[in-house]
Design a binder for this molecule. Structure first.
Ligand SMILES: Nc1nc2c(c(=O)[nH]1)N(C=O)[C@@H](CNc1ccc(C(=O)N[C@@H](CCC(=O)O)C(=O)O)cc1)CN2
Ligand SMILES: Nc1nc2c(ncn2[C@@H]2O[C@H](COP(=O)(O)OP(=O)(O)OP(=O)(O)O)[C@@H](O)[C@H]2O)c(=O)[nH]1
Ligand SMILES: [Mg+2]
Length: 433
């Protein structure tokens, strides 16, 4: 016997709160999947609201009133998930939410898994993987540049770039195979030259794309590590720049041991300002661990501010920004050095300007940037196959490299292997998205 679908051929109905936990006036319960029309009718005493119109309804479970709520009914496919779905804008009391959740369960819906609504939107072909990742980024966005970047990617900017490359590769592969099938001595050399130029162009574009780190920097924040000798005033500087008393300051060298990070939004760009233990030889086990961690963070930093008093030290990294502190105590300071007083604020404007310049230099790029390690790995793979095609003597094998390069691009958008990628990507989502 074939199994009858329980409600329809849509996936089973799922529900989740789409709004955050904690005290709020309204909580939005989102429901999507097969049978949503039946479930909503049951909750609203038999009457479906007009599609896509906010309607006030008394929600009932049997003869028990659950809430007076605003209801939105989205018949598929014109919905976020592409499935029949609805939203209940509830009073946010726990008893209301629990009562509605219980009623939904009784009516055959189950709690959604993290990212499951967006996952269904991908499976319904309403967005690709890059756009789904951008939705996650938009929910996490804390700075204006993060918001802008996520919205751009959600709009398909990165997808269009990769689709464009995949299409050019497809054409390249087709022409390459035509050459294999119809060898024509006189034409071949000329066509091969054209194909080789296109392959090199694609390589150059992918290399430039990989050299651009702006997307990842915007997404995770630019890390600025304050390092240098003990007592130079590193913790004082962290406090002065961030505007709050985050790190302990004392006159004793070796005060800071743990790594202390604070967020700092400068010109709409999210920065992470990191204070570290003063660097010196020490017998103290705890301090030595702090120093080990300090060096670890110095190596990972996007920008290093190396603080000192008196004479300039050796730079910790080739492009560490040397900053002389405590100029309020010094009789004279050379014009050429960046000099500040973390205590009275002298020179901090100039330091901020220099940081801005460095951040801008890091962010300088044209075009649409990649934003995750997944994208970087995919483009690296696509590029590697193009490079291998270049040294491949056998035409058939060269064609295979073009094909593998296309596949790597297809995996980024989800046109290839989407099922195996969904779990990895959506496990990082929040529930209700
Ligand atoms: N209440 C509410 N607000 C929300 C969402 C939501 O799901 N519910 N969103 C969830 O992420 C975002 C908006 N995204 C959405 C994307 C598509 C559709 C939708 O119904 N699309 C239909 C009809 C479009 C139209 O009205 O013109 C479609 O594309 O066919 C709704 C929300 C942010 N705000
Ligand atoms: N006069 C003067 N004193 C400062 C200035 N900045 C910091 N200090 C003092 O220098 C001492 C050390 O400051 P901290 O900020 O704790 O120095 P640190 O580099 O974090 O020190 P460690 O954590 O031990 O490596 C404290 O007594 C601060 O008040 C400054 O610009 N001028
Ligand atoms: Mg300190």
């Amino acid at each position: 016997m074939t199994e009858l679908p329980m409600f329809s051929d849509l996936p089973a109905p799922i529900f989740a709160l789409a709004t955050g936990m904690g005290r709020a006036a309204i909580a939005v319960m989102r429901v999507s999947g097969g049978g949503c029309d039946r479930i909503l009718r049951a909750l609203c005493a038999g009457r479906l609201p007009q599609p896509r119109r906010a309607s006030l309804r008394r929600l009932m479970s049997g003869d028990e009133i659950l809430d007076e709520a605003v209801v939105l009914w989205f018949p598929g496919p014109n919905a976020y998930t592409g499935e029949d779905s609805f939203e209940l804008h509830l009073h946010a009391g726990p008893a209301v939410i629990d009562g509605v959740a219980l009623a939904l369960t009784t009516l055959g819906a189950r709690p959604a898994e993290p990212g499951e609504f967006t996952r269904r939107a991908v499976q319904a072909g309403r967005m690709d993987l890059l756009q789904a990742e951008a939705v996650a980024d938009l929910i996490e966005a804390e700075s204006a540049s993060q918001r802008r970047q996520a919205l751009h990617q959600a709009d398909g900017a990165l997808s269009r770039l990769y689709d464009g490359w995949a299409q050019r590769l497809r054409r390249l592969l087709a022409q390459h195979e035509a050459l294999i099938d119809f060898p024509d001595e006189t034409l071949s050399a000329a066509v091969e030259g054209v194909l080789e130029t296109e392959r090199l162009d694609l390589q150059a574009e992918m290399r430039a794309h990989l050299a651009d780190h702006r997307g990842e920097l915007v997404r995770r924040g630019v890390t600025i590590v304050i390092a240098g000798e003990p007592n130079a005033g590193k913790s004082s500087l962290l406090n002065a720049l961030s505007g709050y008393d985050a790190a302990i300051v004392t006159h004793r060298p070796g005060t800071t041991r743990d790594v202390i990070a604070v967020d700092w939004v400068l010109d709409g760009i999210k920065l992470r300002l990191v204070d570290t233990a003063g660097l010196r030889e020490t017998e103290d086990e705890i301090e030595a661990e702090g120093i080990r961690r300090a060096m670890f963070h110095v190596k990972q930093a996007d920008i290093v501010l190396q603080l000192y008093e008196g004479d300039p030290p050796n730079a910790l990294t080739p492009d560490a920004l040397l900053v002389r502190n405590k100029i309020d105590q010094d009789a004279m300071v050379e014009e050429s050095v960046l000099a500040i007083s973390a205590i009275n604020g002298d020179g901090l404007d100039a330091l901020r300007d220099e940081v801005r310049r460095r951040v801008r230099a890091l962010m300088a790029s044209q075009g649409v940037p990649l934003t995750r390690a997944r994208h970087r790995a995919g483009i690296q793979e696509a590029l590697a196959h193009l490079e291998r095609a270049g040294i491949q003597v056998w035409p058939e094998l060269r064609g295979e490299e073009f094909r593998l390069s296309m596949r790597a691009l297809g995996r980024l958008t989800g046109q290839v292997d989407v099922e195996s990628l969904l779990d990895v990507i959506f496990s990082q989502f929040c529930i209700g998205k």
